[in-house]
Structures are given as structure tokens and as C-alpha cells.
Design a protein around this ligand. Sequence first.
Ligand code: FMN
Length: 389
Amino acid sequence: MQISSSLFSSYSLRDVTFPNRIVVAPMQMYRARQDGKLTDWHFQHYAKWASGGFGTIMTEALMVDPVGRNTYGDLGIWDDAHIEPLRRLADYLHEQGRVAAAQLHHAGPKASRQRPWEGLGPLGEAEAARGERGWQPVSSVSARTIDGWNLPRELSQDEIKGLVRKYGQAARRVHQAGFDVLDIHAAHGYLLHSFLSPIANTRDDAYGGDIHGRMRFLLEVVEAVRSEWPAGKPLFVRISCVDRRKDIDTEQDGWVIEDSIVLARELAARGVDLIDCSSGGIRAENSGMDYVKKRQPVRKGHQVPYAEAIRSQTGIPTMAVGAIIDGPQAERIIASGQADLVAIGRQALRDPHWALNAAHSLGVDPDWSLWPPSYGWWLALREKIGVVD
Ligand SMILES: Cc1cc2nc3c(=O)[nH]c(=O)nc-3n(C[C@H](O)[C@H](O)[C@H](O)COP(=O)(O)O)c2cc1C
């Protein structure tokens, strides 16, 4: 018997219909060449999830400016040359009946780093010797995220305006590549978050001060993006709903959920359709790499309450992300109205067929008919016959 499911129900925003509520979370692979172009490796990496039943496949962060790259392996969207390989991917995702989503990003103070498996530290002499010379990152203010990392330079107001234009141009390129959904990354201590958070942003000009000053850069970015991104296509913004840190000088909490609610309303007023609800990542004074590497264990669905709070208090759709591990957990999040979409990160790396397995375990797809027939026919037959020890 087929069971009905909220997780596998379709959903619409603007002119886009999401075939189910499951989204592949944006995940940087740090595997691009220095030109930032999507390669065949990336193509097969995303293609797996299209046949794995995910309704929406979101690219990893695409960098709007080379200065904003985390690493030399980042994918780019700063040049028209990036459009063509992305178009090939979007065409394939559409052919498979999937929604193609992309994320825009600038790493700000966290730029110019080693890849995670190389240590995550600043680029040094060894990297320079193999052609990966470090550069000075930019941020809201000149302060390091982590002791020992690069000291960023404070952006001038003219440079901020220039970056706003770059986000707009990047949105135009993603549209030209044929993508359906755009997500602006304003979380995890990167450039836009470094302006939002009172822990990081101590500027005293129009881009600092109270929450309205600190939101200004992101809101200008959203306006520039929305003016290039067609009215029929949904726009998401990923935020850190809470900093989960205190300012070491004032002992005040940083960015809190009430701030996210103010921000969500401002974003929606400028044409943002959904808040992608993450948390954390802001500056950690007096802490070195141990802070990054020795994180606390997280609870299953630890960020879902943020998606729920924003959705219930503003009526704006949300996406939940973070330690969403299995189908029943994801089903409960959607069925109980905590979020409209769920994003799956590391479990999707572990199991490219996560969504199809969730459908089967929830009883939504008892006869394996959502699977590609060349897989599903065999899996159905094996189940009918049975396997014994
Ligand atoms: C390998 C990897 C790369 C990531 N890259 C990005 C990224 O490009 N943009 C982003 O917003 N978050 C990024 N994240 C965070 C994920 O999108 C997600 O929020 C986080 O992994 C929590 O979800 P999970 O517990 O399902 O993995 C990355 C996470 C991982 C594991």
C-alpha cells in the first residue's frame, strides 16, 4: 500500500514547482581548477543526486569575485566563461525532472585558505611554491576570524557598491545558465554575515551600527540580485539565524533569532521567497584552529527550531538544514510545519540515493517505481523473492 507523505508532496514558489521537499544542501568540493569552471567531476557529482530522487539540486557556493574564494579549488561565477559548463549541468537536471538551484557566495574574512584536508589554515609558502599564492581577504572590519588566519582589509563604501554590482552580474549569469532557484549565502561568518553580526561588525559608517546599518549591505545585494533574477524565479537567502557566541568585550549575545526575524521581513519585502536557516560561524576571538577542528557534537535537527521560529512568526517559507539524517525525521519536519523544504548535506554525500531510500522506507514508493527503471525493476524483484541468511 502506498502511504501519502508531506516530504514527497510538491511545492510551488513563483513559477517553479519543486517535485518534492528535498534539496541537496550547498557543499563546496574544492575541486575546481584555478579558473573556477565546473568540470566533468562536478557534473557526475551532481548528476548522481538527480537519479537519487532529490527534488532540487543546489550547487556548491559559486564565488562572485576571485578575492572572495575560500580556496583555489572554489567554483566561480565572476566571469561569463563560467556560464557554459553550468548550463550543461542545469540542462541535465531539467532533463531528469529536477529543479536546478545555485548558491552565490563571497568568503570575505575566511578567504585565501588551504582546502579542509590540507589543514584549513592560511595559504603559506608551500602552497605558493605550487602556484597557490595567498592574498589579503576583505571583510566588514580588519579583524581575524581565527588567530593565525589572514588579517582581512576593511572594505570601503565604494568597494561595497562594487561588490553589490558583482552579485547582480553573478545572478544574471546563473539565469543565463538556465538555473531555476538562487540562494545568497549570508551565513557562517563569511562576507555578508561579517556585516550582519554585531560581534564582527564594529564599523561606524552607514554599513555598521544598529541592525539597520548592519543589514544594509545584504539588502543592497538582494535588490541588485532581484533586479537581474527574473520575477518568475524564486530567491532564497541562507542566514546564520543565531551566532551562538558572545562578544568577548561586552559579553552580549551576537546575532540572535529576534534579529533574524527582523531581517527575514526586510528580505521578503525585497522579493526573497524563502529563508535558508543555518547558524554559527562568526569570529571566534582568542581561539586558534582547535576551535574549528574540535567542535561540539550536534543534536539531530539542531537548527530546525530556527526555521520553525522564522516560519511561524513571519509566515515566510523556510528551509531547515543541519543533521537531518533520515526520512522519518525529514517527514516530521515538513508534516509538522517546521519548514517548507529540508536540505540534506553530509547524508547526501554518504548516500546519493538518500531521497529514494527515504521514499521506500516511508512507504511512499513500495514498488520502487521512483527509482530509475534499470535499478528499480531489479530491486523490486529481489524484494519479492526475499534474501535469507
Ligand atoms: C563538504 C561541505 C561543504 C559545504 N559547503 C557549503 C557551501 O558551499 N555553502 C553553504 O552554505 N554551506 C556549505 N556547507 C554547509 C552545508 O550546506 C550544511 O548546512 C551543513 O553541512 C549541515 O548539514 P548536514 O548536517 O546535512 O551536513 C558545507 C558542508 C559540507 C559538509
